[in-house]
Design a protein around this ligand. Structure first.
Ligand SMILES: [Zn+2]
Length: 169
């Protein structure tokens, strides 16, 4: 599925026109002259290990990458920190309440769906709850870091690799 294109100004509803501004083609409102800046979407993920050092993965029930495995996570709401978003998404998608242990890394990912996404990854300790797949997930599993299934997003692969480096230190 491809990215949807905005056709009308979000503020006044008038049509956009394309203009060359600051070295790029940008959408500008023909009425109120608001420039529609497009930025990467910020997202947060939780890297949860069980006591056997297996990582928690979810099988995606929604596009993009429906049917592929990924880390629990999602977009950051406007009034949330990255850490709050990682913990909220973990709870929504897996039923687990967690606590932040450490920052793992941050990666940019090009997305045909969203344009670009910036993903913050946190190591999270599950402190409460039973795993139960939420609406966005078909099923959940703890998986050995040595025998991972194909992962939906390159940025999630990088986060898992970064975590493995950190575990060795
Ligand atoms: Zn406008």
């Amino acid at each position: 599925m491809h990215r949807k294109v905005l056709r009308f100004c979000l503020y006044c509803g008038a049509a956009f026109e394309k203009k060359h501004i600051e070295g790029r083609s940008r959408l500008v409102c023909t009425q109120c002259k608001e420039i529609h800046y497009q930025n990467p979407f910020p997202a947060a993920t939780a890297l949860v290990l069980n006591r056997h050092n297996q990582i928690l993965l979810g099988k995606r029930a929604v596009e993009p990458a429906k049917g592929a495995w990924c880390l629990p996570g999602g977009f950051i709401e406007f009034d949330e920190t990255m850490e709050q978003a990682a913990l909220r998404e973990l709870l929504e998608e897996t039923g687990l309440k967690g606590e932040i242990v450490s920052f793992v890394g941050c990666f940019y990912q090009k997305s045909t769906y969203y344009g670009g996404v910036i993903i913050f990854g946190y190591r999270v300790e599950a402190v409460h709850g039973e795993t139960c797949a939420g609406d966005d997930m078909e099923e959940l599993m703890y998986c050995s870091l040595e025998r991972l299934p194909p992962i939906a997003f390159d940025s999630h692969c990088k986060l898992i690799a970064r975590l493995q480096e950190q575990l060795k230190i």
